[in-house]
Design a protein around this ligand. Structure first.
Ligand code: FES
Length: 67
């Protein structure tokens, strides 16, 4: 399961709390409030899905599911 930005050691539960507090609705808006997703970037589609669904744990997505 994927539940965090590994590069920045940020659990999605923490990112979700910040997004709700700051009313950040997409990855770019959330990145203005907290550092994540700026190294390998693999967490970003998961974070967007978190923002869309409220979920904080995801099965590993295949590349086709990122689009
Ligand atoms: S896992 Fe988030 S930038 Fe690498």
């Amino acid at each position: 399961m994927v539940d965090r930005c590994i590069c920045f050691s940020r659990p999605f539960t923490e990112l979700k709390r910040i997004a709700e507090r700051e009313d950040a609705r997409d990855v770019e808006a959330l990145q203005c409030k907290v550092d994540f997703g700026l190294k390998c970037g693999l967490c970003k589609p998961y974070v967007q899905r978190m923002l869309d669904t409220g979920r904080t744990r995801f099965p590993v997505m295949r590349k086709i599911e990122f689009d």
